[in-house]
Design a protein. Sequence first.
Length: 387
Amino acid sequence: MDTINTSYILHHMHEDELPLNAVSPPVFQTSIFCFPNCKALGEAMQDDACHSFYSRGNNPTVNLAEEKIAALEGGERAKIVSSGMAAISHAVMAFVKAGDHVVCVEDCYGWTKTLLVSYLARFNVKVSFVEGTDTGEVIAALRPETRVLYLESPTSFTFKLQDLPAIAAEARKRNIKTIMDNTWATPIFCNPIKFGIDLVVHSASKYMSGASDIIAGAVIGSKDDIELIYRQEYLQLGPVPDPLMAWLMLRGLRTLHVRMKAHHEGALAVASFLEGHPGVERVFYPMLPSYTQITLARRLFSGASGLFSFKLRTKKPEEAIRFADTLRLFKRAVSWGGYESLVIPNAICYPNAADIPPDRVGLVRIHIGLERPEDLIADLEKALAAI
Ligand SMILES: *Cc1c(COP(=O)(O)O)cnc(C)c1O
């Protein structure tokens, strides 16, 4: 982890240009920008990807956050949008047309799957799913009409990793756009662009705010790719980030590197505890020394975040639910990435208990917040004893 560069970007990049020597950037809560004459307005409108004249396109508070996120990811440009799903849908839709094919990892974020399976089907775009852990399997799924290869490493709930450099190189040879959801690792621990991935997408609703107080997304890539997304999707579909949201994101970003280090340390301590507990069958935390893909994890990530899952030994969904209900410091909620610890048993994601796949009955996902790890471990110990 390049801490000097990271903290420079987060604390200082463009900050000495702020009006009135303000240390915190202003929230430009304005829909329009006025110009001294028509020539200046006309010029701004012609170069619309780079100028603020209407906040559906650009806004200085939003642009400041975009420049920092692009620099953090090592991309030329970034666009912030109103949710992680807006980032994902824009990145995918910009590079497919009727008749095209997409390859995606099986255990991707649930709404990503719905987008690819149900929404894109209306436009005659086909999708194939791969487990993703075997690069050969991924390559074999590529077809002549494949235009997008969508990755999420680690995958949602199951934490399976993909060999990003190997897959990106194969996709590049075939002129296929690679998109990677990097929400879990954040740009602090992983920079997919350095591994050859074309576009990185984020749900900024997670660690970028760090306070569970915004819904936002970001897409990062080359100048050409981001300007294509901007012109071809964003200006028409309009997932506009609010300037106040961008400001909250900037505030969150200032502490991102410090928080991520604490999430990593806390999660590693809790994952190690769970691994040694007789009530736990398996722990899925990529940075655990015993993890099946630990060698790949160490190549991809310089650290790991606070989100992971584990499998309780119980075969009864009601026991997994009682375990989650007994916890006191862990709150029961969706999402993650804030200062607080959270829990969600996978069983409650299925409307009927009969539909829960047998290997997911005892599967529980937790987010390790910024509480003292020893307090979280004591809480988990009590809840495990309640099963
Ligand atoms: C939450 C999440 C998303 C969706 O982000 P929103 O901001 O809720 O739209 C996408 N990918 C991953 C991995 C997520 O956890």
